[in-house]
Design a protein around this ligand. Structure first.
Ligand SMILES: *Cc1c(COP(=O)(O)O)cnc(C)c1O
Length: 385
């Protein structure tokens, strides 16, 4: 929560839940990433929050961008960013999408299997490809499963196929899982990456780049390590596995760039007791899983919820959204402590909701409109780095 967001909410007249983003926080986060990993290029993962003013600010600051689709590519290009600062990181692309991105000037694509190499070779001849290897996501609150990435032992073959098809085998990427709490999570992936670099070199293919992905946390309820600890641990691992021949590196922060820049204001619609004896209350908000809080699936992400009555005694609550769908429950397995004095009509603040919220909001389920987003412009002119 920042003073600027507090001030904005005080003056807001409209009804309904909203997300407010403070761009000063995004600017500071970009600076922190650039300082903490000074030899690494920052590619903002657009999917975390593609708000045009966020993209525009990051473009002015000198950021590059990780995109997953043609519309995301267009949104980045609309800021004036040149296509050489775009990485098309989605490993699942239609050939027509690759061709469109290539026509727009994008020349860096992620792949994780032979069929995708063949598509890129046909649709984007001569482009650079990065092969994504699989990570198990241990230590992450939002792991990325087996959906992406080949087994590391297969990566050299995939890159060799790219090389033979006239593409530039550029390097390796991985993602250690989002909201990663273990600062050492990059180590094992970097050991595998160094092995792929060696195998490729033996085959006469010189890789140049390691894409270290995202995973940098936002601060929710649980404490997280400092960004500096991640930077130090990653640098130690690069030294350990690459010696004094450290390759070019890229990071793709999404959550860590915008998560703490946003606050959702919502309202208590109903507080219900299901039996006279029970302590646990059901608290229904005017926002739920279908209006931006999808990352509460499996109760993975536990957002800080603040009320005006937080000094009062707290009791356990099941927190749910307003829709007629029974999955629209945010926290039940682990009840959420909220003030006993909490009342219907109270406003609540759901903090650290700048990432993975607004775009997850449905278009009109049960007639509720998508989550409104407001941005507060940066105070200082954001000069190019
Ligand atoms: C989603 C995504 C990211 C961002 O991950 P965070 O954990 O939010 O930082 C980075 N790279 C790729 C390829 C992604 O899909």
């Amino acid at each position: 929560m920042t003073d600027r967001i507090r001030e904005f909410l005080k003056n807001r007249k409209e009804e309904g839940p909203c997300l407010v983003l403070d761009l000063d926080v995004v600017r500071d986060n970009y600076g922190a990433f650039a300082r903490t990993l000074p030899d690494t290029k920052v590619y903002y993962a657009v999917k975390a929050n593609p708000h045009p003013e966020i993209l525009s600010l990051l473009n002015k600051l000198g950021s590059s961008f990780d995109v997953a689709s043609v519309p995301e590519t267009l949104a980045v290009l609309a800021t004036g960013c040149t296509p050489d600062r775009i990485s098309y990181g989605n490993t699942i692309k239609k050939e027509s999408e690759i061709a469109t991105a290539f026509k727009l000037g994008v020349t860096l694509f992620a792949v994780d299997c032979e069929a995708e190499v063949d598509k890129v070779a046909r649709a984007a001849p001569g482009a650079r490809v990065i092969c994504r290897i699989h990570c198990d996501g241990t230590g992450a609150e939002w792991p990325l499963s087996r959906k992406f990435g080949c087994e590391p032992e297969f990566a050299a073959d995939i890159l060799e196929r790219a090389h033979k098809a006239g593409l530039t085998a550029h390097g390796i990427s991985f993602h250690v899982g989002s909201q990663q709490h273990n600062v050492e999570a990059w180590d094992r992936a970097l050991a595998s990456t160094a092995a792929v670099f060696r195998t490729c070199a033996e085959r006469g293919i010189m890789l140049s780049t390691v894409n270290l992905g995202g995973g940098f946390p936002a601060k929710y309820v649980r404490k997280t390590p400092k960004l500096e600890s991640y930077g130090k641990a990653i640098f130690r691992s690069l030294r350990r596995h690459f010696g004094n021949r450290i390759p070019e590196t890229i990071i793709e922060p999404g959550r860590g760039m915008v998560g703490n820049a946003g606050v959702i204001e919502a309202e208590v619609v109903l507080i219900a007791k299901r039996s006279p004896e029970e302590d646990t209350r059901w608290v229904y908000l005017d926002i739920g899983k279908f209006h931006g809080l999808a990352e509460t699936i499996g109760e993975s992400i536990r957002y800080p919820i603040r009320t005006r009555r937080d000094r009062d005694e707290a009791g356990p609550c099941i927190v749910a959204g307003p829709t007629c769908d029974s999955v629209d429950v945010l926290y039940e397995k682990t009840p959420y402590p909220l003030p006993v004095s909490l009342a219907i009509g109270d406003k609540v603040l759901i903090e650290a909701t700048g990432a993975y919220t607004s775009t997850y909001s449905s278009v009109g389920f049960n007639g509720y409109p998508p989550l409104k987003s407001y941005v507060i412009a940066p105070t200082e002119p954001a000069l190019a780095a």
